[in-house]
Design a protein around this ligand. Structure first.
Ligand SMILES: CC(C)(COP(=O)(O)OP(=O)(O)OC[C@H]1O[C@@H](n2cnc3c(N)ncnc32)[C@H](O)[C@@H]1OP(=O)(O)O)[C@@H](O)C(=O)NCCC(=O)NCCS
Length: 165
């Protein structure tokens, strides 16, 4: 197991978040990953990061000398939202780990950190969108996300906060 450190992201981490948005946007290993510039030029994806950090945004960085993974969430509006939108008070998350560091528990740790942070911020739930064929679905299901709607080939999933804790 690598010695990986976890910390909240800073404004300076924006470029890494944008790079990893490309990884999350085109998750299939057999397809070319868009660059940060390409995802930021696509309004369908740039909305996940434009103006970051906005109030209420939260991002975690996993690093081993250099960043190796990240996950973040933000809220959207009925008028302007991404693929995994459920409600204006439910943030949607995005997550990606660099290819050479996957399947080592880093994504799971980031996800747990985002869930904890969203609970601390008082959000009622977290949502996400995941392609039906993406094995990340099993990771989400294992921490309590449940499918709510299928849009095209992707599932919107939600995990409600456990207020009994
Ligand atoms: C999804 C992602 C963030 C998970 O990060 P990770 O560090 O690899 O995840 P972990 O090692 O913590 O957990 C992996 C779990 O996810 C699932 N999983 C993720 N990728 C998998 C794969 N290629 N094959 C099988 N299971 C996979 C499994 O349930 C696995 O649990 P296990 O190792 O106990 O079997 C990472 O695979 C990634 O960046 N993928 C490309 C981008 C992406 O798809 N982002 C999500 C878009 S919705």
């Amino acid at each position: 197991m690598r010695d990986v450190q976890y910390r909240s992201a800073e404004r300076e981490d924006f470029a890494f978040l944008a790079t990893m948005l490309g990884e999350a946007a085109v998750w299939r290993p057999d397809k070319p990953t868009p660059t940060a510039e390409q995802v930021l030029a696509d309004p369908g994806y740039s909305m996940y990061l434009v103006g970051w950090p906005r109030p209420g945004d939260h991002a975690l960085i996993a690093e081993q000398d250099v960043p190796v993974g990240t996950g973040w969430y933000r809220t959207y509006t009925e008028a302007s939202h991404g693929y995994g939108f459920i409600a204006e008070d439910i943030p949607e998350l995005a997550i990606a780990v660099i290819a050479s560091c996957r399947r080592e528990g880093i994504g799971r740790r980031i996800l747990a950190g985002l869930i904890d942070a969203s609970n601390s911020q008082g959000y009622p739930a977290l949502s996400l969108s995941v392609a039906e064929a993406n094995p990340a679905r099993r990771l989400y299901e294992s921490v309590g996300f449940v499918p709510v709607e299928k849009l095209g080939s992707s599932w919107t999933m939600v995990r409600y906060a456990d207020r009994s804790q």
